[in-house]
Structures are given as structure tokens and as C-alpha cells.
Design a protein around this ligand. Structure first.
Ligand code: PEP
Length: 249
């Protein structure tokens, strides 16, 4: 059975005291689903979050990392640095990173390789923009993002890859892909994996949906057979809302 995963991406929100408050609120929540739970605080609070969450079933994960092991990359963070503070999972290729920091599938392929070389799990994000959806090109775009960033990998690498389909037009906009649109794309992605790597790999990879998932729509989205969880932005900043989504499985 595929893992259910609900991951909260806190983005550039929460200073140290707000991070402490939210972590404390999260620790008070009760999980009634089988979902793996992750939260991604900003880098400066990541070590603190890791230590605070150590005895819980919530994993602290990173929002990004550089592909180089070390060197002259001012302001960047390496896989080795993340591992050294206990972090084993990293979100890569979020649409905001692609849009504002020029991340490309080629640079993301290198980041994926760096994560794998350091035995880290990647949550690889991708998704079409509104114009692509309007012109009916969403599958072409998503297929090229996945092929260009991941299809150089060997099949066994996929034990450390989680996919996150995030249509850009649904992120932070309040607009959600309908459960049917999400299912259609997730099934397409799984078929793409199957064509390249076979059914065993395709059926083992968790594919998350992201884009305005809230307590009031999570259950219906998660009920779709190829939706294995969610990457949550805004609604992950309130512990009760986030756990209402975690418990929607
Ligand atoms: C995200 O940033 O990955 C995201 C899905 O944000 P939101 O839930 O706020 O749309």
C-alpha cells in the first residue's frame, strides 16, 4: 500500500516565537488517520523544529536545498548541512522557487541527485500554469517536468521520491483543482511512471496534491484513488486546520 502523506509548507512565515507556538499547538493535536505528517519551517528555525518534534510522529523537513555539497554559494544550504541537523526530507521545485528563483527542471534534476546521494527523500513539486490548463496543455507540461527532472533515475531511486502535483493556478488562490481534475492528472502521472519504470514502481510512489487544500475540501480530494496526500500551504499555518486535513484520510 502507498503511504498517505500530508506535508505543511510554511514558506517564509513564522519567526522563532511564532514557530514555537505553532509547534506546541501541533504537539497537542490528535492524529486519527494513517497519514505521515511533515512540516517545513523556514531554515533558521529548522533545527529548533527538529528538536521540538523529535519525540513526536511529525517530521521536520526542508523547503529547498542547493545541489552542491559545499562551496561558494552564498546564502545556500546543502544536503550535508540538512542531514547534519537531522533532516531527511526536502521539498524541491516548488512553483514559487521556479517562478522567483529561476529553478528549472535541469537544476532540479541535480538537486534530486544530491538528495539521493545523501540518502534523503525528495518531495518533487511540479504543475502547470493557468494558461497551460486553458489551452489544454497541462499533461504535456507535467510530463516534461517529470521526464526532465526524474527520468534519468534508476527505478530503485523512487523509494526516496514523493511527487507533488501543484497546479500553479490553485496555489494560494483559494481556487482548487476539482477532485476529478486532480484524479485525472494523478492517474496520468502514474501511467507515465508505469510506462517508464513498470507498474511496481508506479504503484509504490505517493503522489500528493497541492493547491488550496482546506479542511472543507480535503476529504473529497483525498478520496480519489490516485491522490495519496496533500502539500498544504496556507492551511498548514493553523494547527487545527492542518490536523483537520491530516485526519481527512
Ligand atoms: C503550496 O504552497 O504548496 C500550496 C499548496 O499552498 P496553498 O495550500 O496555500 O494553496
Amino acid at each position: 500500500m502507498r503511504k498517505h502523506i500530508v506535508a505543511g509548507n510554511w514558506k517564509m512565515n513564522n519567526n522563532l516565537s511564532k514557530t514555537e507556538n505553532l509547534l506546541n499547538e501541533l504537539k497537542k493535536q490528535t492524529k486519527s488517520s494513517d497519514a505521515e505528517v511533515m512540516v517545513a519551517p523556514t531554515f533558521v528555525n529548522l533545527s529548533h523544529a527538529f528538536k521540538t518534534l523529535k519525540q513526536t510522529d511529525i517530521e521536520a523537513v526542508a523547503q529547498n536545498m542547493h545541489f552542491a555539497e559545499n562551496g561558494a554559494y552564498t546564502g545556500e544550504i546543502s544536503a550535508d548541512m540538512l542531514k547534519s541537523i537531522g533532516i531527511n526530507t526536502v521539498i524541491l521545485g516548488h512553483s514559487e522557487r521556479r517562478a522567483y528563483y529561476n529553478e528549472t527542471d535541469a537544476s532540479l534534476a541535480k538537486k534530486i541527485d544530491a538528495a539521493l546521494a545523501n540518502n534523503m527523500r525528495s518531495i518533487f513539486c511540479f504543475g502547470e500554469e493557468l494558461a497551460d490548463r486553458k489551452s489544454g496543455n497541462q499533461e504535456t507540461i507535467v510530463a516534461s517536468q517529470i521526464k526532465n527532472a526524474l527520468f534519468h533515475l534508476k527505478a530503485d531511486a523512487f523509494t526516496n521520491i514523493v511527487l507533488a502535483y501543484e497546479p500553479v493556478w490553485a496555489i494560494g488562490t483559494g481556487e482548487t483543482a476539482s477532485p476529478e481534475q486532480a484524479q485525472e492528472m494523478h492517474a496520468f502521472i502514474r501511467q507515465l511512471l508505469s510506462d517508464k519504470y513498470g507498474d511496481a514502481v508506479a504503484n509504490s510512489v505517493s503522489i500528493l496534491y497541492g493547491g488550496s487544500v482546506k479542511p472543507n475540501n480535503a476529504r473529497e480530494i483525498f478520496s480519489k484513488p490516485d491522490v495519496d496526500g496533500g502539500l498544504i500551504g496556507g492551511a498548514s499555518l493553523k494547527a487545527e486546520d492542518f490536523y483537520a486535513i491530516v485526519n481527512a484520510f
